[in-house]
Design a protein around this ligand. Structure first.
Ligand SMILES: N=CN[C@@H](CCC(=O)O)C(=O)O
Ligand SMILES: [Zn+2]
Length: 419
């Protein structure tokens, strides 16, 4: 079955190859008067409406803007309970501290599989309704062998990518060294079959540099890709360590100094962006993505991550929701993108790119073979996964121009209409 989506006012492909031949009409990767043909789960054709091929079915976009679906590369959706009281205390002036994770851990351990499944499904449905079509989520509220394994299994039932975050917090009463050993040993072994990534919260009140390094190296030895929660609560070793171990991304990055910026930028030297001379985002040479989390920064009243300075230094960035009950209880990528434009100094196209292609890059899914299970996401091009987000607006600019408005009009995920 093929579906032609035509009469697209502005198609933001985030794919630079072919841009010149199609006529960008301004911003990179943008086609005006565009059409896309979907064939099953893949994109089969992209171009101008006037030259679109016939298809079995047709959807008239009515002049609306179309983007790749959001790629939310950082969330924590496997949890029970809520932390309203902690949020209220924070709004009254109390600083965020890692210890709140323990409250959610207690509630999560007490929840049945059925209850966690129901909560997870509802959260994923909310994200999809907001235009998210590719989603990473983490363990990290189990913090013992069985609850971390259970979290990974449940996450894998609904998320596209699952990350092991046993090193989220040393549980109350546990010895930090003994717990680190557990995370590197028995817990890793139990979780390993169910995850692709490992992450560490390397920050004050969580894991030290040395403990974080041990966890990351053990997980790398086990064949997992690496991610780091770093430099959220203050200056520290997170960014440096992420670069040292070759992590695919370091997330939060609120407190970075010049040396951190330089280290991150160094990982991108020589990298060929998709469509630029030299190749199509060659995965092997991609560096460490800096993932900024605008909703988290607002909800914790933290200094905003320096997205503008990161981009200007040559670092590839992603924007993600960090949806979790402690620091960022929203999965709205529309909101994150609007905030990145209004508060972080990004252009709309930069923010859209970070929330689509950037997320895909952070998950190493920006390029792929034209085959089931290996399709690229986060950009609109032939052979990529058919993940599309139709806005109820003529341009992506409206995301920031009309913040908070319900602009998600229709969503296709892997070729299936999900909204
Ligand atoms: N910073 C570490 N982890 C989460 C917060 C977890 C929590 O407070 O429950 C984050 O990314 O913000
Ligand atoms: Zn997080």
């Amino acid at each position: 079955m093929t579906l032609l989506i035509d009469n697209i006012g502005e198609l933001s492909t985030q794919h630079l190859a072919g841009e010149a031949s199609l006529g960008s009409g301004g911003a990179a990767g943008v086609i005006r008067g565009a059409a896309v043909v979907l064939e099953g789960e893949r994109i089969a054709w992209v171009g101008r409406s006037s030259s679109a091929p016939a298809a079995d079915e047709r959807y008239d976009a009515g002049g609306r803007a179309v983007l790749p679906g959001w790629v939310d590369s950082h969330s924590h959706l496997v949890f029970a309970g809520d932390r309203t009281a902690e949020f209220e205390a924070r709004m009254a002036g109390q600083a965020y501290a890692a210890g709140g994770i323990g409250v959610t851990t207690a509630a999560t351990r007490a929840a049945s599989d059925g209850e966690l499944r129901r909560l997870l499904a509802a959260r994923v449905a909310e994200a999809v309704a907001g235009g998210t079509t590719y989603l990473e989520t983490k363990t990290g509220y189990g913090l013992d062998v069985e609850n971390e394994r259970r979290s990974a299994v449940l996450a894998g039932e609904v998320a596209d990518e699952v990350t092991y975050l046993g090193a989220h917090l040393v549980p109350a009463g546990a010895d930090p060294e003994a717990y680190t050993e557990l995370v590197c040993g028995e817990m890793l072994e139990a979780v390993r079959p169910h995850v692709r990534w490992a992450d560490v919260f390397c920050d004050r009140g969580a894991f030290t540099e040395d403990q974080s390094r041990r966890v990351l190296l053990a997980c790398r030895d086990a064949g997992l890709g690496l991610r780091v929660h770093g430099n959220q609560l203050g200056r520290g070793p997170g960014v440096r360590l992420a670069v040292e171990v070759g992590a695919a991304s370091v997330d939060h990055v609120n407190f970075v100094d010049d040396a951190d910026l330089e280290a991150l930028a160094g990982t991108w030297e020589g990298w060929a962006a998709a469509g630029s001379p030299g190749g199509a985002g060659v995965v092997a040479t991609a560096g460490t993505v800096a993932t900024v989390l605008p909703a988290c920064d607002l909800s914790t009243r933290a200094p905003l991550a320096p997205a503008r300075a990161l981009l200007d230094a040559g670092v590839q960035i992603a924007i993600a929701s960090n949806c979790n009950p402690g620091t960022s209880y929203t999965s709205s990528m529309n909101f994150c993108v609007a905030t990145a434009v209004l508060q972080m100094g990004l252009s709309v196209q930069e923010a859209v790119r970070a929330a689509t292609f950037g997320g895909a890059l952070a998950l190493r899914r920006n390029a792929g073979e034209d085959a089931d299970g290996k399709r690229a996401v986060g950009s609109v091009a032939v052979g990529h996964r058919a993940d599309l987000h139709v806005l109820d607006a003529p341009s992506a600019t409206h995301l920031a121009y009309r913040p908070g408005m319900p602009l998600t009009h229709a969503v296709w995920r892997a070729g299936t209409r999900v909204r």
